[in-house]
Design a protein around this ligand. Structure first.
Ligand SMILES: [Zn+2]
Length: 115
């Protein structure tokens, strides 16, 4: 079992999560099945326990981190036809988190004004 980073968008793409009215859903990166989480979600987006795809025959079972959990305005649109390599997903997740922090701290604005 490894860690899967799910990105936030509202379009139901594979490998993403979104928040509905009183629920959080994810879309299985393997098969595209929508799953409603009945899990604990920590402040940093870590989901416990691990998540199992509800579709019979799909063996996706991963530790999940919801990227942008604290900053749900940050949405990432990915190519739904491509499974991201774990390193790519990790790198992208770090970028999104850094961008979210910069927005939160106002440092993006500061840099924009400084230049
Ligand atoms: Zn699945």
């Amino acid at each position: 079992m490894s860690v899967t980073y799910l990105f936030h968008n509202d379009e139901g793409q594979r490998g993403t999560w979104k928040q509905g009215d009183g629920y959080v859903q994810i879309v299985c990166p393997e098969c595209g099945k929508v799953a409603i989480l009945d899990h604990d979600i920590a402040d940093d987006g870590t989901v416990t326990p691990s998540v199992v795809c509800p579709r019979e025959g799909c063996d996706w079972h991963e530790m999940v981190i919801l990227i942008g959990w604290q900053m749900p305005d940050v949405q990432v649109h990915i190519n739904a036809d491509k499974n991201l390599a774990p390193e790519t997903a990790h790198a992208l997740a770090e970028l999104v988190k850094a961008a979210a922090r910069a927005i939160e701290n106002g440092t993006l604005d500061d840099e924009a004004h400084a230049s």
